[in-house]
Design a protein around this ligand. Structure first.
Ligand code: NI
Length: 173
């Protein structure tokens, strides 16, 4: 298995709206498998296409955090939120494209999402807890939105400057 390099903010590809998946090709299946591998390796609970430079509406996630529990790798293509709860939930979010930065973000506590699976079938599920937060965070990525976009401009700028510094340091290695 191969992992793919994760793009670090700021990057123009992380600000773009992704195109819908029109056909589940062998190439896309491979990309999904490598995205899952990249996510587990990071480690993280979710990863969206643009984070590995794949500008398609595809995301992977697995919010089973207990290492003793059975993993639940999920691949969602063209995901659509069909219902959101009025109740909000606040989680301290992070992002593999914004390493080591965390901030509280409030989102609907529960969502219903419809998507296209790798088998070419439509699926729909009701998500709660971390799953609900994660799926919304990843769908945001497909629309060029990051969790820091929910913060004040000052906080966002501070984090962006740190990331620019990190990228300069990495480029020097
Ligand atoms: Ni993210």
């Amino acid at each position: 298995m191969t992992t793919r390099p994760i793009l670090i903010h700021p990057d123009p590809r992380l600000k773009k709206r992704c195109d819908p998946v029109t056909e589940v090709t062998e190439e896309l299946r491979l990309a999904a498998a490598e995205m899952l591998e990249t996510m587990y390796d990071a480690p993280g609970v979710g990863l969206a296409g643009p984070q590995v430079g794949l500008m398609k509406r595809i995301l992977v996630m697995d919010c089973v955090k207990d290492p003793e529990a059975t993993p639940r790798p999920m691949v969602l293509m063209n995901p659509e939120i069909t219902w959101t709860s009025e109740t909000l939930n606040t989680y301290e979010e992070g992002c593999l494209s914004i390493p080591d930065q965390y901030a509280d973000v409030s989102r609907p506590a529960e969502v219903r999402v419809r998507w296209l699976g790798l088998d070419g079938r439509e699926a729909e599920e009701h998500f709660t807890d971390l799953w609900a937060t994660c799926v919304q965070h990843e769908i945001d990525h497909l629309n060029g939105k990051l969790f820091i976009d929910y913060l004040t401009p000052l906080k966002r700028q501070l984090i962006t400057r740190k990331m620019e510094k990190l990228k300069r340091e990495r480029a020097r290695l």
